[in-house]
Design a binder for this molecule. Structure first.
Ligand code: SF4
Length: 366
């Protein structure tokens, strides 16, 4: 195909077939109604690590609890983390809270109206700025998320790995050159929806795709070979011990993680990584001595939780125990508290610790 006629076919595919397809399949999502910069921002932060159908109920709850920048800025960090509970990647919630306070302090809670200014807000990178700018303000900026990367790498058969700066530049260039002026909101959303519903990672439905006539990877029968990625290193595996320490009144000891640590601000059953030569009771005993300054006697196993984070996998062994010496004080944590099992759910916790709470409450009920 000559260059000029390929350009024409590309234009027709992206500017005509894609919007027609999108009008037919567009899913009703809570962030697609009443689209304000604040609501788009919350949605985009949630959707960075979570699938749309999974994020929808969390989104509804979050914007009901904090309907504006002002409400989010005024809330306590604990309430924000609680509303975020279950979504994972809690740094997102902490950063949103900080950004909301910054917006209140510097701009009366209003978002700036240009892409450049949006990008300069703390905690808002170029991707989120593009999403807020295009979806809520219809600014002519291309949104390039994982779905868009997959679609464009396939349509253009991009051989450069997309997780390199060079690969990202190529994809960004395609996205910008295809963006129809004045229609950024519709275009960006249609591209993201295509990646989510049709051009899926393992099972693309090329026969139903509005771009199939122009797609290089599909034409070669090699759709799933794109996007190209660099070879990944093996993900480390950690074995971790946690103490479910109870006192005579039936209260459980929990600790709050330091803000600067992973899952900062969340509460957990105290413990830490097992050293190779230790038994699990030895690990829990040492960790609680270091973290809380107490000596404990470790008892029976409550549960083992397997959990995958983005950069490691974890096997968490939770054991019951009791304090034999000392009073807990926050040495290597932000705070600690004795809490009745029924009250544990009031404390924001990561998913692995929520599993321990569930196992504990189930045991107590049984
Ligand atoms: S034709 Fe297939 S591989 Fe190409 S964009 Fe469409 S779904 Fe993806």
């Amino acid at each position: 195909m000559k260059n000029s006629s390929r350009e024409q076919v590309l234009k027709t595919a992206f500017e005509q077939h894609l919007p027609e397809w999108f009008a037919l399949v567009r899913r009703a999502m809570p962030w697609r109604v009443n689209r304000t910069p604040y609501r788009v921002w919350v949605a985009e932060i949630m959707l960075q690590q979570t699938r749309a159908d999974q994020a929808a109920p969390y989104y509804r709850r979050f914007v009901r609890t904090f309907p504006s920048v002002r409400a989010l800025a005024r809330a306590s960090l604990r309430d924000v983390l609680k509303a975020w509970e279950g979504m994972g990647y809690y740094a997102r919630a902490r950063n949103m809270h900080k950004t909301a306070q910054h917006l209140m302090n510097t701009r009366g809670g209003r978002f700036p109206r240009t892409y450049e200014e949006l990008k300069q807000l703390p905690g808002i990178g170029s991707y989120t700025a593009a999403a807020i700018g295009s979806l809520a303000m219809n600014l002519d900026v291309a949104v390039v998320d994982g779905n868009v990367i997959r679609v464009l790498s396939r349509v253009f058969g991009v051989d450069e790995p997309v997780d390199t700066a060079a690969g990202r530049r190529i994809i960004q260039g395609f996205a910008e050159s295809l963006l129809p002026a004045g229609r950024a909101a519709e275009f960006n959303e249609a591209m993201m929806e295509l990646g989510a519903l049709c051009c899926t990672p393992r099972d693309p439905r090329c026969e139903k795709c509005p771009l199939s006539a122009v797609c290089r990877a599909c034409g070669l029968g090699r759709s799933t070979e794109y996007p190209r990625k660099r070879r990944r290193k093996a993900v480390p595996h950690k074995v971790v011990g946690a103490g479910v320490i109870m006192d005579r009144r039936g209260r459980v000891l929990i600790a709050q993680r330091r803000t600067q640590d992973m899952l900062g601000g969340l509460w957990e059953f105290p413990g830490g990584k097992k050293e190779p030569e230790e038994t699990m009771p030895e690990c829990i005993t040492r960790e609680l001595r270091e973290e809380l300054g107490i000596e404990v006697k470790v008892g029976e196993l409550v549960t083992v939780v397997h959990h995958a984070y983005s950069h490691f996998t974890m096997e968490l062994h939770a054991h019951r125990g009791r304090v034999v010496k000392g009073r807990p004080r926050a040495i290597e944590c932000a705070d600690c508290a004795w809490v009745l099992p029924d009250e544990l759910r009031e404390y924001p916790m990561g998913r692995a610790d929520q599993h321990i709470v569930a196992a504990l409450l189930q045991e107590d009920a049984g």
